[in-house]
Design a protein around this ligand. Structure first.
Ligand code: HEM
Length: 332
Protein backbone atom coordinates (compact mmCIF):
# COMPACT_ATOMS: atom_id res chain seq x y z
CA UNK A 1 0.00 0.00 0.00
CA UNK A 2 1.15 3.53 -0.75
CA UNK A 3 2.35 5.54 2.19
CA UNK A 4 0.26 8.65 2.68
CA UNK A 5 1.53 11.75 4.51
CA UNK A 6 -1.52 11.90 6.77
CA UNK A 7 -1.29 8.25 7.80
CA UNK A 8 2.47 8.13 8.01
CA UNK A 9 2.44 10.97 10.54
CA UNK A 10 -0.61 9.64 12.38
CA UNK A 11 -2.15 13.07 12.11
CA UNK A 12 -5.51 11.69 13.15
CA UNK A 13 -4.07 11.11 16.58
CA UNK A 14 -1.88 14.17 16.86
CA UNK A 15 -4.38 16.71 15.57
CA UNK A 16 -7.15 15.29 17.69
CA UNK A 17 -5.26 15.37 20.93
CA UNK A 18 -6.09 18.93 22.09
CA UNK A 19 -8.93 19.16 24.58
CA UNK A 20 -8.94 22.46 26.46
CA UNK A 21 -10.32 22.20 30.01
CA UNK A 22 -11.95 25.58 29.48
CA UNK A 23 -14.08 24.14 26.65
CA UNK A 24 -15.08 21.20 28.81
CA UNK A 25 -16.22 23.61 31.49
CA UNK A 26 -17.99 25.80 28.96
CA UNK A 27 -15.83 28.80 29.85
CA UNK A 28 -13.80 29.07 26.61
CA UNK A 29 -10.33 30.59 27.04
CA UNK A 30 -8.72 31.32 23.69
CA UNK A 31 -5.09 30.89 24.81
CA UNK A 32 -5.50 27.43 26.27
CA UNK A 33 -5.03 25.93 22.80
CA UNK A 34 -1.61 27.61 22.56
CA UNK A 35 -0.77 26.34 26.04
CA UNK A 36 -1.58 22.75 25.07
CA UNK A 37 0.16 22.85 21.68
CA UNK A 38 3.35 24.33 23.16
CA UNK A 39 3.54 21.64 25.83
CA UNK A 40 2.87 18.92 23.29
CA UNK A 41 5.58 20.29 21.02
CA UNK A 42 7.99 20.23 23.98
CA UNK A 43 7.13 16.63 24.77
CA UNK A 44 7.69 15.61 21.13
CA UNK A 45 11.12 17.22 21.17
CA UNK A 46 11.86 15.54 24.51
CA UNK A 47 11.05 12.26 22.77
CA UNK A 48 13.58 13.05 20.05
CA UNK A 49 16.18 14.00 22.67
CA UNK A 50 15.66 10.60 24.29
CA UNK A 51 16.11 8.93 20.92
CA UNK A 52 19.46 10.68 20.47
CA UNK A 53 20.57 10.18 24.07
CA UNK A 54 19.75 6.45 23.97
CA UNK A 55 21.81 5.93 20.84
CA UNK A 56 24.75 7.85 22.27
CA UNK A 57 24.58 5.90 25.53
CA UNK A 58 24.52 2.62 23.57
CA UNK A 59 27.67 3.59 21.66
CA UNK A 60 29.50 4.88 24.72
CA UNK A 61 28.64 1.69 26.62
CA UNK A 62 30.66 -0.42 24.19
CA UNK A 63 33.85 -1.57 25.85
CA UNK A 64 35.82 -1.20 22.61
CA UNK A 65 34.88 2.32 21.55
CA UNK A 66 38.10 3.97 20.50
CA UNK A 67 38.89 7.56 19.68
CA UNK A 68 39.78 6.72 16.12
CA UNK A 69 36.53 4.99 15.25
CA UNK A 70 33.64 6.48 13.25
CA UNK A 71 31.44 5.86 16.31
CA UNK A 72 32.88 8.78 18.19
CA UNK A 73 31.99 11.01 15.26
CA UNK A 74 28.40 9.73 15.49
CA UNK A 75 28.31 10.49 19.21
CA UNK A 76 29.51 14.06 18.65
CA UNK A 77 27.14 14.57 15.73
CA UNK A 78 24.10 13.41 17.70
CA UNK A 79 25.01 15.39 20.79
CA UNK A 80 25.32 18.47 18.63
CA UNK A 81 21.86 17.72 17.26
CA UNK A 82 20.61 17.67 20.87
CA UNK A 83 22.18 21.09 21.36
CA UNK A 84 20.34 22.44 18.30
CA UNK A 85 17.03 21.03 19.53
CA UNK A 86 17.59 22.54 22.96
CA UNK A 87 18.21 25.94 21.38
CA UNK A 88 14.80 25.68 19.71
CA UNK A 89 13.26 24.70 23.04
CA UNK A 90 14.72 27.80 24.66
CA UNK A 91 13.25 29.98 21.92
CA UNK A 92 9.86 28.33 22.10
CA UNK A 93 9.37 30.26 25.32
CA UNK A 94 9.02 33.38 23.13
CA UNK A 95 5.77 31.93 21.78
CA UNK A 96 4.52 31.02 25.25
CA UNK A 97 5.18 34.58 26.36
CA UNK A 98 2.78 35.97 23.79
CA UNK A 99 0.16 34.80 26.32
CA UNK A 100 -0.39 37.50 28.96
CA UNK A 101 -0.92 36.76 32.68
CA UNK A 102 -4.60 37.73 32.34
CA UNK A 103 -5.04 35.33 29.40
CA UNK A 104 -3.47 32.61 31.56
CA UNK A 105 -5.74 33.37 34.53
CA UNK A 106 -8.73 32.61 32.31
CA UNK A 107 -7.93 28.90 32.56
CA UNK A 108 -5.07 28.44 35.04
CA UNK A 109 -7.14 27.24 37.99
CA UNK A 110 -8.81 24.62 35.81
CA UNK A 111 -5.44 22.88 35.39
CA UNK A 112 -4.58 22.18 39.04
CA UNK A 113 -2.69 20.07 39.98
CA UNK A 114 -1.28 19.50 36.46
CA UNK A 115 2.11 21.16 35.87
CA UNK A 116 5.22 20.82 33.69
CA UNK A 117 6.61 19.55 36.97
CA UNK A 118 4.93 16.25 36.06
CA UNK A 119 6.88 15.96 32.80
CA UNK A 120 8.44 12.58 33.38
CA UNK A 121 10.23 12.74 30.03
CA UNK A 122 12.11 15.84 31.22
CA UNK A 123 13.16 14.22 34.50
CA UNK A 124 14.06 10.96 32.76
CA UNK A 125 16.25 12.89 30.33
CA UNK A 126 18.07 14.64 33.18
CA UNK A 127 18.71 11.23 34.75
CA UNK A 128 19.94 9.67 31.51
CA UNK A 129 22.33 12.53 30.93
CA UNK A 130 23.75 12.09 34.42
CA UNK A 131 21.77 13.98 37.08
CA UNK A 132 21.78 11.77 40.17
CA UNK A 133 18.95 11.41 42.66
CA UNK A 134 21.25 12.71 45.43
CA UNK A 135 21.81 15.92 43.50
CA UNK A 136 18.11 16.68 43.00
CA UNK A 137 16.59 19.65 44.69
CA UNK A 138 13.78 18.38 46.90
CA UNK A 139 14.88 14.72 46.58
CA UNK A 140 11.68 12.63 46.97
CA UNK A 141 9.55 15.67 46.17
CA UNK A 142 10.65 15.73 42.55
CA UNK A 143 8.70 12.55 41.79
CA UNK A 144 6.00 13.07 44.41
CA UNK A 145 3.42 14.12 41.85
CA UNK A 146 4.11 11.53 39.19
CA UNK A 147 2.13 8.41 38.42
CA UNK A 148 3.78 5.22 39.67
CA UNK A 149 4.57 3.99 36.15
CA UNK A 150 6.41 7.24 35.45
CA UNK A 151 8.32 7.17 38.74
CA UNK A 152 9.45 3.67 37.74
CA UNK A 153 10.71 4.93 34.38
CA UNK A 154 12.79 7.61 36.12
CA UNK A 155 14.12 5.21 38.75
CA UNK A 156 15.12 2.82 35.98
CA UNK A 157 17.05 5.60 34.24
CA UNK A 158 18.71 6.51 37.55
CA UNK A 159 19.69 2.88 38.07
CA UNK A 160 21.27 2.56 34.60
CA UNK A 161 24.65 3.86 33.50
CA UNK A 162 24.22 7.52 32.65
CA UNK A 163 26.03 9.34 29.89
CA UNK A 164 28.17 11.03 32.54
CA UNK A 165 29.19 7.69 34.07
CA UNK A 166 30.00 6.29 30.65
CA UNK A 167 32.04 9.39 29.91
CA UNK A 168 34.01 8.70 33.08
CA UNK A 169 34.85 5.14 31.99
CA UNK A 170 35.73 6.28 28.48
CA UNK A 171 38.06 8.99 29.80
CA UNK A 172 39.71 6.54 32.17
CA UNK A 173 40.57 4.35 29.18
CA UNK A 174 42.47 7.17 27.43
CA UNK A 175 45.74 5.55 26.38
CA UNK A 176 47.86 8.65 26.93
CA UNK A 177 47.43 8.49 30.70
CA UNK A 178 50.10 5.81 30.81
CA UNK A 179 52.59 7.41 28.48
CA UNK A 180 52.78 11.12 27.85
CA UNK A 181 50.27 12.26 30.45
CA UNK A 182 52.00 10.14 33.09
CA UNK A 183 52.95 11.00 36.67
CA UNK A 184 56.01 12.97 35.60
CA UNK A 185 53.89 15.10 33.27
CA UNK A 186 51.41 15.98 36.03
CA UNK A 187 54.14 16.92 38.53
CA UNK A 188 55.51 19.34 35.94
CA UNK A 189 52.02 20.56 35.05
CA UNK A 190 51.12 21.27 38.69
CA UNK A 191 54.29 23.31 39.08
CA UNK A 192 53.53 25.43 36.02
CA UNK A 193 49.88 25.80 37.08
CA UNK A 194 50.79 26.87 40.64
CA UNK A 195 53.25 29.39 39.23
CA UNK A 196 50.55 30.88 37.01
CA UNK A 197 48.17 31.69 39.89
CA UNK A 198 47.62 35.15 41.35
CA UNK A 199 48.11 35.43 45.15
CA UNK A 200 44.35 35.41 45.73
CA UNK A 201 44.05 32.16 43.79
CA UNK A 202 46.71 30.14 45.59
CA UNK A 203 43.97 28.01 47.19
CA UNK A 204 43.36 26.51 43.77
CA UNK A 205 46.39 24.28 44.34
CA UNK A 206 44.50 22.28 46.97
CA UNK A 207 41.55 22.13 44.52
CA UNK A 208 43.99 20.74 41.95
CA UNK A 209 45.17 18.06 44.40
CA UNK A 210 41.62 17.07 45.37
CA UNK A 211 40.57 16.75 41.78
CA UNK A 212 43.57 15.11 40.17
CA UNK A 213 45.20 13.22 43.01
CA UNK A 214 42.24 11.74 44.92
CA UNK A 215 40.60 9.03 42.83
CA UNK A 216 37.50 8.43 44.98
CA UNK A 217 33.98 8.89 43.59
CA UNK A 218 31.22 10.32 45.77
CA UNK A 219 27.58 11.34 45.37
CA UNK A 220 28.83 14.74 44.20
CA UNK A 221 31.65 13.41 42.11
CA UNK A 222 31.18 11.39 38.93
CA UNK A 223 34.57 11.95 37.30
CA UNK A 224 37.52 10.17 38.91
CA UNK A 225 40.96 11.76 39.19
CA UNK A 226 42.16 9.76 36.18
CA UNK A 227 39.12 10.72 34.11
CA UNK A 228 39.59 14.37 35.10
CA UNK A 229 43.25 14.21 34.04
CA UNK A 230 42.28 12.68 30.71
CA UNK A 231 39.66 15.39 30.14
CA UNK A 232 42.08 18.16 31.04
CA UNK A 233 44.72 16.64 28.75
CA UNK A 234 42.18 16.58 25.90
CA UNK A 235 41.32 20.24 26.52
CA UNK A 236 44.98 21.26 26.63
CA UNK A 237 46.18 19.36 23.58
CA UNK A 238 43.00 19.50 21.48
CA UNK A 239 44.98 20.97 18.60
CA UNK A 240 46.29 17.47 17.82
CA UNK A 241 44.10 15.60 15.31
CA UNK A 242 43.44 12.60 17.54
CA UNK A 243 42.12 14.79 20.33
CA UNK A 244 39.82 16.95 18.24
CA UNK A 245 36.76 14.71 18.40
CA UNK A 246 37.20 13.97 22.10
CA UNK A 247 37.39 17.72 22.66
CA UNK A 248 34.21 18.28 20.64
CA UNK A 249 32.49 15.64 22.75
CA UNK A 250 33.37 17.46 25.98
CA UNK A 251 32.34 20.74 24.42
CA UNK A 252 28.97 19.37 23.28
CA UNK A 253 28.22 18.22 26.83
CA UNK A 254 29.03 21.68 28.18
CA UNK A 255 26.79 23.16 25.51
CA UNK A 256 23.93 20.82 26.49
CA UNK A 257 24.28 21.97 30.09
CA UNK A 258 24.35 25.60 29.02
CA UNK A 259 21.22 25.25 26.88
CA UNK A 260 19.37 23.34 29.62
CA UNK A 261 20.34 26.04 32.04
CA UNK A 262 19.24 28.79 29.61
CA UNK A 263 15.90 27.02 29.32
CA UNK A 264 15.56 26.85 33.10
CA UNK A 265 16.32 30.55 33.54
CA UNK A 266 13.99 31.62 30.77
CA UNK A 267 11.30 29.38 32.24
CA UNK A 268 11.86 31.01 35.65
CA UNK A 269 11.54 34.49 34.18
CA UNK A 270 8.41 33.47 32.33
CA UNK A 271 6.95 32.02 35.54
CA UNK A 272 7.84 35.21 37.42
CA UNK A 273 6.14 37.31 34.79
CA UNK A 274 3.11 35.03 34.49
CA UNK A 275 2.28 34.24 38.13
CA UNK A 276 4.58 36.54 40.17
CA UNK A 277 5.26 34.86 43.49
CA UNK A 278 2.17 32.66 43.59
CA UNK A 279 2.65 28.94 44.10
CA UNK A 280 2.75 26.73 41.00
CA UNK A 281 -0.17 24.66 39.80
CA UNK A 282 2.02 21.72 40.82
CA UNK A 283 2.02 23.07 44.39
CA UNK A 284 5.70 24.07 44.71
CA UNK A 285 6.85 27.49 45.88
CA UNK A 286 6.97 28.30 42.16
CA UNK A 287 9.77 30.64 41.17
CA UNK A 288 11.78 30.01 44.36
CA UNK A 289 11.70 26.25 43.85
CA UNK A 290 12.74 26.60 40.23
CA UNK A 291 15.65 28.93 41.09
CA UNK A 292 17.28 26.46 43.46
CA UNK A 293 16.73 23.59 40.99
CA UNK A 294 18.34 25.68 38.23
CA UNK A 295 21.41 26.28 40.40
CA UNK A 296 21.76 22.68 41.50
CA UNK A 297 20.91 20.78 38.34
CA UNK A 298 23.97 21.45 36.19
CA UNK A 299 24.85 17.97 34.97
CA UNK A 300 28.34 18.47 33.57
CA UNK A 301 29.65 20.97 36.12
CA UNK A 302 32.70 18.79 36.74
CA UNK A 303 33.78 19.27 33.15
CA UNK A 304 33.22 23.03 33.39
CA UNK A 305 35.25 23.08 36.60
CA UNK A 306 38.27 21.68 34.78
CA UNK A 307 38.60 24.99 32.98
CA UNK A 308 39.92 26.48 36.24
CA UNK A 309 43.02 24.36 35.77
CA UNK A 310 44.04 25.36 32.27
CA UNK A 311 47.30 27.17 31.59
CA UNK A 312 48.32 29.38 28.68
CA UNK A 313 49.21 27.52 25.49
CA UNK A 314 52.75 28.90 25.45
CA UNK A 315 53.42 27.39 28.88
CA UNK A 316 52.24 23.86 27.95
CA UNK A 317 54.86 21.16 28.54
CA UNK A 318 55.98 19.81 25.17
CA UNK A 319 55.08 16.18 24.61
CA UNK A 320 57.57 13.39 23.87
CA UNK A 321 58.07 12.93 20.11
CA UNK A 322 56.56 9.43 20.24
CA UNK A 323 53.31 10.74 21.77
CA UNK A 324 53.15 13.64 19.31
CA UNK A 325 53.35 11.10 16.51
CA UNK A 326 50.52 9.05 17.99
CA UNK A 327 48.34 12.13 18.30
CA UNK A 328 48.89 13.09 14.66
CA UNK A 329 47.07 12.05 11.51
CA UNK A 330 49.65 9.40 10.70
CA UNK A 331 51.24 7.33 13.40
CA UNK A 332 54.48 6.35 11.69
C1 HEM B 1 2.48 29.80 31.51
C2 HEM B 1 3.54 29.06 31.37
C3 HEM B 1 4.16 28.29 32.49
C4 HEM B 1 4.11 28.49 33.84
C5 HEM B 1 3.41 29.63 34.61
C6 HEM B 1 4.88 27.44 34.46
C7 HEM B 1 5.05 27.30 35.82
C8 HEM B 1 5.80 26.33 36.44
C9 HEM B 1 6.00 26.22 37.86
C10 HEM B 1 5.46 27.17 38.91
C11 HEM B 1 6.76 25.11 38.09
C12 HEM B 1 7.21 24.55 39.44
C13 HEM B 1 6.37 23.37 39.82
C14 HEM B 1 4.97 23.77 40.20
O1 HEM B 1 4.74 24.12 41.36
O2 HEM B 1 4.08 23.72 39.33
C15 HEM B 1 7.06 24.53 36.79
C16 HEM B 1 7.85 23.42 36.58
C17 HEM B 1 8.17 22.93 35.34
N1 HEM B 1 7.69 23.36 34.14
FE1 HEM B 1 6.56 25.01 33.82
N2 HEM B 1 5.40 26.63 33.50
C18 HEM B 1 4.97 27.10 32.28
C19 HEM B 1 5.27 26.57 31.05
C20 HEM B 1 6.04 25.44 30.83
C21 HEM B 1 6.33 24.88 29.55
C22 HEM B 1 5.88 25.42 28.18
C23 HEM B 1 7.07 23.77 29.78
C24 HEM B 1 7.59 22.83 28.71
C25 HEM B 1 7.58 21.55 28.84
C26 HEM B 1 7.26 23.64 31.20
C27 HEM B 1 7.97 22.64 31.83
C28 HEM B 1 8.23 22.58 33.16
C29 HEM B 1 9.12 21.60 33.76
C30 HEM B 1 9.93 20.55 33.02
C31 HEM B 1 9.10 21.83 35.12
C32 HEM B 1 9.92 21.09 36.18
C33 HEM B 1 11.26 21.83 36.31
C34 HEM B 1 12.17 21.29 37.38
O3 HEM B 1 11.75 20.48 38.22
O4 HEM B 1 13.35 21.72 37.41
N3 HEM B 1 6.62 24.69 31.81
N4 HEM B 1 6.47 25.28 35.81
Amino acid sequence: MEVHYHDYLQLDKILNAQFPESDKQNLPAHDEMLFIVIHQAYELWFKQLHHEADSVVAIMAKPALNDNSPELQTVVHRLNRCVTILRVLVHQIDIMETMTPMDFLDFRDMLRPASGFQSWQFKELEAKLGLKFEQRHGKEYYTAQLKTEHVNIIKKAEGSKSLLQLLNSWLERMPFLKEGADEKFWIQYKEIYSGSLADAEKNNVSGFEELFEDNSLTADRSLSANASKAALFIMLYRGYPLLQLPFQLLNALLEIDEQLSSWRFRHINMVHRMIGTRIGTGGSTGKDYLKVAADKHYIYKEIAQLNSFLIERRKLPSLPAEIEKQLGFVAV
